[in-house]
Every structure is written in C-alpha cells, then in structure tokens.
Design a protein around this ligand. Sequence first.
Ligand SMILES: *[C@@H]1O[C@H](CO)[C@@H](O)[C@H](O)[C@H]1NC(C)=O
Length: 227
Amino acid sequence: MKVCTLFLFISHCLVSTQAAIKILTSQTFHRGIAEGRFDVIGDVRSAEEYAFEHIANVTHLELLHLAGQANEKATPEDLAGCEFCHIVLYSSDGNRAREALQILEQAGFKNLYNGLGVNQWALAGFPLVTRSDNVIPQCTVSARASARCEERYNANNPPSAPVPTARPPAPAPAPAPVRPPSPAFPPTVPVKKNVPQNPDKDALKLATATDISRGSLNRRRVRGDQE
Ligand SMILES: *[C@@H]1O[C@H](CO)[C@@H](O)[C@H](O)[C@H]1NC(C)=O
C-alpha cells in the first residue's frame, strides 16, 4: 500500500521521469517531507550557508558534492546503511545537490531525489529556519531502519527474468522415490495347521466353518477372520 502510494507520488510529481535521479519541484519536495516520504533530507551547502538558514529538521551533509576532492567534508560513507532509502538533497538552486546525488548514485545509492534549493523553496513561500536542528538519519544508526528500506526497494524492483543463455535451466525436480508396498498392518501371523493354539479362536473357526452353508454374511465373517 505504502509502496503503491509512493509510486503514484513519484510518477505524478516528477519534473523529469527519465533520469535515475528524480527532480522534484519545491511543492513536491515540501509535500514529500510533510507526508514522510524521505528517509534522508540532506542539505549539501556549506556550514555558513546552513547556519544562515535551512529547511527545518534536515541532515547537514556539508559539501557532499566535493566528496573525493581534497577539501571534502561529508562523503557517501556518512550515509552508509541508507543505500536503499529515499534520499532527497537540496542546495541553493539544485546544482550542488545534483552533483552530490551523482556521487551517491556512483556509490550505489538507489532512491535519489533532487529537491532543488533554498532559492526555489523560499520563492514557493515555504519557511526556513536558523536554529540548530541537525537530524541523524535513522538508516545510518538503525539496522532495522536500513533493512526496511531494502525490503521496500526489493518489493518495488523484482529481479529481472533470467536470460536463457546466461543461466542453465533449473533442474527438473527429482522423481518421488517409489515406495515398496507397506507391510500389512497389523502383521499377519501364520497359523500352524492342525495345532490348536487358542481354544477360543478354534471355537470361532469351528463355528464359522459350520456357518458357511448358511449364507454370505457368514462367509464374509470367515474371510475377515482369514485376512
Ligand atoms: C522539527 O522537529 C521537531 C522535533 O521533532 C518538531 O517538533 C517540529 O515540528 C519539526 N519541524 C518541522 C517543520 O517539521
């Protein structure tokens, strides 16, 4: 249910549907936050820019777009555990966010959104704050939160059908072993002829033998006795 609504949300609101990194308008970004769509909301601007004003309750991933360069600050490692989670980044106007998202994409992150920047956000009339409210994403500290992202991703991205030449066909299921006929239960005990064993049983046999001439009912009794 949640996956479906998320899919509708994405497919309806994308500015670009072809890029692996989905671009969101500020309105869609704002609504996504309000609806709890994102596991990570990251600001990739500098410490000064973040301190001046930022969207409330985001994670400061300082200059993530410079990861791998000499003056790198935040790196994809800071989001380890969030590989399958929904991550939206923003900057001033979306350019550094795009670069940072490309770095995450190369590092194996799967669900990436560009929320553009505080410029578009403010123009759309949404608030910015100055307080220190840096959020530590759950997926970086909780294995369960991380696993939930992966389950959700796998549910939405079933493994593709196997290429015929790439994989040998699955072996036919082994035929069920032929069972030997089960021994009679209860086991039949051979009765020695002409040796009286059980007086009562002999009495019964005698009775049934004399009854044979009386009808089929008694014959059935005899057979039942012999089986
Ligand atoms: C930011 O987080 C605080 C504490 O969880 C919460 O009270 C507040 O409503 C949040 N602000 C926004 C804009 O989501």
